[in-house]
Design a binder for this molecule. Structure first.
Ligand SMILES: [Cu+2]
Length: 305
């Protein structure tokens, strides 16, 4: 399936191919009968997993604050990557190495001609004003319109980010190294998830709620989280290093099927089914199914240590 590279190392052509494919997904309907475009359906999936109804358990989060955080997002990233590869088979989703010591890395990623800048206009001064994901206006029908059903807490139509992105406030690589030295999964996973939450808040705006995939930087961030987990797994491989014994929530134990790859066992709570893609009920995924990235067919160019 390919090698995922650092976003800062992509060539101009690779950056443009990635942006173009994202915009295609943002503006293409899987089926004329669908309410949302392919990209926005993926945003809806991320919202829906936070409010699942599974059997007697009401409103559980099948993808966060628990061990399935890592495997659920691993499979979710593959959903986007497979859609991008249908458009251009050379694309792999790059990662944003937010703990890089190279300040240029972040500066390069938040450029107008790549993932776009900080918020600077419009609602609360937080709308993104330039680049492929800029806010549409009356005279500029830009494609990155945030769908009303997927922006629960505000009234603007554009992507929101903090007005200041202070690169010095990002984690240091030594902090990632400390997390990687946690040998028990039940301490490693919460430490990594907490660090990941900080990155969502650092970008802010659209990245700071459960519809955070509205901002495509979500995927570069989560590929980096996946890369850190993959690095940890090189020294802690196999099912014994997925400790979910004290977890009773459905979808988080090693052999639980994770919604939406659960054959229809769970249903999303409040979100309308019409906003979601249709899922092949024969395609099931448990945490155990996604522990080994080799079998999933992808790798990373560099692993953190
Ligand atoms: Cu998430």
């Amino acid at each position: 399936m390919g090698m995922r590279k650092s976003a800062g190392s992509l060539t101009a052509n690779e950056r443009q191919a990635f942006l173009d494919a994202l915009v295609t997904l943002k503006t293409t309907y899987r089926d004329p009968a669908h309410v949302l475009t392919i990209y926005d359906e993926l945003v809806a999936v991320h919202l829906a997993v936070t409010q699942l109804i599974t059997g007697p358990q009401a409103e559980i989060d099948g993808g966060h604050n628990g061990p399935a955080f890592l495997p659920w997002h691993r499979e979710y990233l593959l959903m986007l990557e497979r859609e991008l590869q249908k458009i251009d088979s050379s694309i792999s989703v790059p990662y944003w190495d937010w703990s890089s010591n190279d300040a240029n890395e972040a500066i390069l990623i938040f450029r107008d001609d790549f993932m776009g800048p900080r918020g600077s206009t419009g609602l609360r001064g937080m709308e993104v004003q330039a680049g492929s994901f800029r806010t549409p206006t009356d005279i500029d029908p830009a494609p990155w319109r945030i769908i009303k059903a997927l922006r629960p807490d505000y009234t603007g139509r554009g992507l929101l980010r903090n007005r200041d992105l202070v690169f010095n406030d990002l984690p240091y690589d030594t902090e990632v190294s400390q997390v990687l030295r946690l040998d028990a999964f039940h301490t490693f996973r919460p430490a990594l998830e907490t660090m990941h939450n900080g990155i969502h808040r650092w970008v802010g705006g659209s990245m700071a709620d459960m519809t955070s995939p509205n901002d495509p930087i979500f995927f570069l961030h989560h590929v980096n989280v996946d890369r850190i987990w993959a690095a940890w797994q090189q020294n802690h491989s196999g099912a014994a290093n997925y400790n979910s014994s004290s977890i009773t929530r459905n979808g988080h134990k090693i052999n639980d099927k994770m919604w939406p790859w659960d054959g229809g066992d769970s249903s999303p709570g409040k979100i309308l089914n019409a906003l979601l893609p249709t899922f092949d009920i024969a395609y099931a995924r448990t945490p155990n199914d996604v522990l080994d990235i080799d079998t999933l067919g992808y790798s990373y160019d560099v692993y953190p240590q």
